[in-house]
Design a protein around this ligand. Sequence first.
Ligand code: M6R
Length: 369
Amino acid sequence: EKGGYDYFMLKEIAEQPQAVADTLRGRLTDSGDLTLDEVRLTDQDLRDIDKIFVIACGTSYHAALVAKYAIEHWTRISVEVELASEFRYRDPVLDRSTLVIVISQSGETMDTLMALRHAKEQKARVLAISNTNGSTIPRESDAVLYTHAGPEVAVASTKAFLTQVVAVYLVGLLLAQVRGIKYADEVAAVVQQLQKMPEKISAVLATMEPVRELARDLASAQQVLFLGRHVGYPVALEGALKLKELAYMHAEGFAAGELKHGPISLIEAGTPVVITVPSPRGRAILHDKIVSNIQEVRARGARTIVIAEEGDEAVAPYADHMIRVPHTPTLLAPLVTTVPLQVLACEIAAARGHDVDQPRNLAKSVTVE
Ligand code: M6R
């Protein structure tokens, strides 16, 4: 049941620290070694991989986009990300040394299943990331990594997404470990940081009251735009998808650098623009660029809603609303920056009088192509 919450979605948002902890449990040893028992691929299989595809739909596709940034950086294996519904209708280049990672919360999404079958016909090895034991996609895959989010009832995916992101980090770290690591120190540090994420997500959840207030204020907006760079880009897409599906509002996520190539003309006086800012302790150029993007949209009249780390004062002068998150290394940031966007979408939808758990025209699991 809803456990005292108005919606399953709110309950599932609140369960995220636990879901992330459960997905990490038993898979990271204290010495930093990774154990992924359910991955039935030998170390040799993993060493032979020379290319990775990550395939999914909807929110799971956004987890796939995060995978590209993390896995390429840690392993130097090239990663292509594709929507399942597009993958098999072109002529993707894959063979025995290709690893295809399919991500599906339900394990029953038809588009993803058909992409998996297509990959297997081409002799690629398939690893499923799924939240549903014994569902079709894991059953038909060569290996499985289950996310332990627990049942997700609300149509909008929240805790499943965060655990999918954790799962792709685990796969990336495992590959890095098995193949010899370019960034050995960094990977060890990431393992430590991952263990701290449940606590950081709890800290974000504890500070959501101003976001709820802001949501009520934004309920009458015509559109909301979301911007991000690097892993902040998939987070922007995810924030926009949540708002579209729940609040039936025009919302778009953009790579912040693309704005000047067209979408900036959408901005009018008062248009809410949500920007996620990478850690100022990460690559300075990434942080500087996003600060200029915030200034750019503000100069065109946007109302800027900035999600930035505690202590990041460089962005403060350009933020109409500031949402603070704890310090997190750049690649892991989606685990904290997505959370306020989920709350925002949920509360805007509720304020607009919609059924948050059962948005119109949508099903929890899409079993038609
Ligand atoms: O079960 P799956 O992960 O395969 O589902 C994929 C999408 O249908 C799903 O993520 C959808 O986009 C969500 N409703 C988004 O909140």
